[in-house]
Design a binder for this molecule. Sequence first.
Ligand SMILES: Cc1ncc(COP(=O)(O)O)c(C=O)c1O
Length: 374
Amino acid sequence: MSLLDAHLGLLDSLGQRGRLRRLAPIAGADFASNDYLGLAGSALVRDLTVEALARGIPPGAGAARLLRGSHDSFAMLESEAASHFGTGAALYFGSGYTANLAIFSALPQARDLVLHDALIHASSRDGMRLGAAEARAFGHNDAGAAEAALIGWRKAGGKGHVWIATESLFSMDGDRAPLADLMAIADRHDAFLIVDEAHATGIWGPGGRGLAADIAGRENVISLHTCGKALGVQGALVSAAAPLVDTLVNRARGFIYSTAPSPLLAEVLRGVLAHLASDPMRRERLLARVAQAGELARSFGLQPTGSQIQPVLLPGDANVLRAAEALQARGFDIRAIRAPTVPKGEERLRLSLTLNPEDAAISAAFAALKEVLA
Ligand SMILES: Cc1ncc(COP(=O)(O)O)c(C=O)c1O
């Protein structure tokens, strides 16, 4: 008997069910990252980092924000982000995951209801689990179902606030939420709308400010802009009305009881936001890739999503794993996505378009896909 037996048993059981995950080195042309604009390893981000270091910006914050960790870099980033995204205020977190934990655990209160899209990200679900409000899912992108659930809850005596939550561009399906409909429902019923822009920020909406950019300034809208995907750095900015941001500062345990993120990265983000506001070139190049991939997808019978995320449904763990391995062996880093990340029976290859591969790699990847799926 060893103290580790239970864990060894768990790992063994995962292995027997083909579900054991291992960390692997990065290899192959990038069709798997969320570094959509190719910024993470860019000269721009490198130069911004070197320049911030030269100005004496520290890599470490040294303390939580409410103690001695509230460096000027955060205040400047947050004020610039609030004006960039058109909201009253913004708050910087170390990751989108912790930001979603904060939003869902600290904003909705005990008598409230969170109505969320059935396919919302795990980080939002985990936040709901930590929070005190009741949470109910509505069918994916079914605004009518969301409104019916809201009306039903009120009829049954629900008295608190309602928080409708969705992603603007879904991470595993690449499709868009019906934001105008959800906003109208929120307005009709005095509800809040929480929009996770993780896969839209930097790319979609006016100036890449997100698909909810036109509604972001309203007092009942909260948007989450992650900074580790198209923005190429790390962290997340929650943009919302000032009283909601102040509530996060006072109530979000992951904000209060955690060392602040790196001030150096906050400085780099300031530079990235300024760059994206003034130079649309990367966004335009990505949109051209999306159009090219859409044509290629259509040519072999796939419905293009019109976004940088293209799923190829291949139900069954064995099928999808085999296809992903064959593509990887041909030099394309295309990953299999399985339950519980997506519903069982909806296993898929997730093709993520970024500016990282060579131009020729896009058509080559689709050619390889055709071969592998033949
Ligand atoms: C929709 C969505 N929200 C939030 C997150 C979490 O963001 P981060 O990677 O910055 O923790 C992710 C990342 O996978 C995501 O896809």
